[in-house]
Design a protein around this ligand. Structure first.
Ligand SMILES: Cc1cc2nc3c(=O)[nH]c(=O)nc-3n(C[C@H](O)[C@H](O)[C@H](O)COP(=O)(O)OP(=O)(O)OC[C@H]3O[C@@H](n4cnc5c(N)ncnc54)[C@H](O)[C@@H]3O)c2cc1C
Length: 424
């Protein structure tokens, strides 16, 4: 068959260029690398060629007839039944068909059936075989047009030009490398667009937008071709006992292969990463807010009360106050600092500086607490009643001063974290 296919190959079979463009006459964004004969040799015993489907199918049909096939057009499969044992034929498949030209129904007994009835595959449905995958990726209409694109092509011999601009998203494909072309244009039913809206006038405007020549002389050949879709779908199984699902009925995949799947995978991974960052943002806001709030409450309410107390009462109250506080706060302060650092590492430039500054402030809270207030707390805990005589050095002014320093740092840390989260 290879020789027959090559003999019937299309006039565009020598074309080499697959390009992504803003418009055919405009900017070329990407030129896809073409596969070398060695690359193809690794996956196929033959080399590739381009051939029009209208030319290929008669070659396939002739070969099938040569090999003994009975090819019946206008014949619809209405039902299909697998049976285990039949007196005459043993196990097999009974296929109910209708000749659509006469309306006559008949049955065909077969040992096996290959269901190759296209991507919508009614046979697959009759067999109860489901399909999985992303489903429809894009809806398209195609139409042929005649135009001289020599200037817009600038010497390129395109296999296809993928056009993407605000007015049109589609693919221009040559038919005869001269005047006949086909364009596949995407449309979006979810935005209320319909295949029926592609009137001759609209198709003319779309071709001109795709070619990038507003007054391009052209002729639209027909605008009544059925809409179709690019989808990714794979049958849940390729066979029952005696029926095999094949071709598009078994598997459809966009020409871009997994290229579309990867961004989807990346989108999922990014969504997951964003969810983690959001969780940590909530955590660090809670942490810094808690530290700033507690220190502020101590500064404006507890500290004035302690200052007003007699030395004896102050010492016993201070010891009581610090019991739980001293155990919990270091964890919250250190944890918030660590999360601020982590968020600074992954954030973009502006928020990164804010998260880093917040981390510094929270680290400052930890340093002031551990080197100033905590040693004073320890001294207060060790204080005996006899120490409270005239020689007693009241720690309250120093504790209060350092407490105000760490309160300011904590409030700054909380505000900077909040700003960084908002700007992220
Ligand atoms: C616009 C377009 C461009 C494409 N370009 C390319 C390309 O350049 N290269 C490439 O390799 N592929 C291309 N493809 C994909 C290619 O056409 C398909 O992969 C291929 O035709 C699948 O062959 P198939 O025999 O599995 O199904 P089909 O070609 O869809 O044939 C299925 C047949 O089953 C018939 N049928 C359905 N139901 C019944 C029933 N109940 N009883 C009897 N018969 C039934 C249908 O009428 C149809 O004739 C393109 C597809 C489209 C839509």
């Amino acid at each position: 068959m290879e020789e027959r296919v090559r003999a019937g190959r299309s006039p565009i079979s020598g074309n080499t260029d697959l390009v992504h463009v803003e418009s055919l006459a405009g900017k070329e964004r990407v030129r896809m690398p073409s596969a070398s004969p060695e690359d193809i040799g690794r996956i196929s015993p033959t080399q590739w060629t381009l051939i029009d489907q209208n030319q290929l199918e008669p070659i396939l049909r002739a070969r099938a007839v040569e090999a003994g096939a009975d090819v019946r057009f206008s014949t619809r499969v209405d039902a299909i039944e697998e049976y285990e044992e039949d007196e005459k034929d043993g196990a097999g498949v009974l296929v109910h068909v209708t000749d659509l030209s006469t309306g006559e129904s008949s049955q065909i007994h077969a040992q096996y059936v290959i269901a190759a009835d296209g991507s919508r595959s009614p046979l697959r449905e009759m067999l109860g075989i489901g399909a999985h995958g992303r489903g429809t990726i894009t809806n398209l209409v195609s139409f042929f047009f005649e135009a001289d694109l020599t200037e817009a092509l600038r010497g390129r011999r395109i296999i296809a030009a993928y056009v993407n601009n605000p007015e049109v998203r589609g693919t221009i494909i040559p038919i005869d490398n001269d005047r006949r072309w086909v364009i596949n244009v995407s449309f979006f039913p979810e935005q209320g667009q319909r295949a029926e809206d592609f009137t001759e006038e609209r198709c003319t405007a779309l071709v001109r937008a795709a070619v990038g020549v507003p007054d391009l002389p052209l002729k639209i050949e027909s605008v009544d071709m059925p809409a179709w879709d690019i989808s990714a779908r794979v049958a849940d199984t390729f066979a029952t006992r005696r029926v095999f699902v094949a071709g598009d009925a078994a598997h459809v995949m966009p020409p871009t292969g997994q290229v579309r799947a990867r961004p989807e995978g990346r989108r999922k991974a990014r969504r997951r990463a964003e969810a983690v960052v959001e969780a940590f943002s909530v955590l660090v806001l809670t942490g810094t807010g808690l530290v700033a709030g507690v220190l502020f409450a101590v500064a404006v309410s507890v500290m004035p009360a302690l200052v007003a107390m007699s030395p004896e009462r102050y010492v016993s109250t201070h010891i009581l106050l610090g019991r739980r506080y001293d155990r919990i706060m270091p964890f919250i302060v250190t944890g918030s600092t660590a999360v601020d650092v982590g968020l600074a590492i992954r954030a973009s430039d502006g928020p990164r500086v804010l998260f880093a500054a917040a981390a510094l402030c929270m680290a400052g809270v930890a340093v002031v607490s551990q080197t100033r207030n905590v040693p004073i707390n320890r001294t207060v805990k060790r204080t005996r009643p006899e120490d409270l005589g005239p020689g007693w050095r009241d720690p309250r002014p120093a504790w209060r001063g350092w407490h105000l320093v760490r309160t300011c740092l904590a409030i700054a840390g909380c505000a900077l974290t909040a700003a960084a989260v908002v700007l992220s």
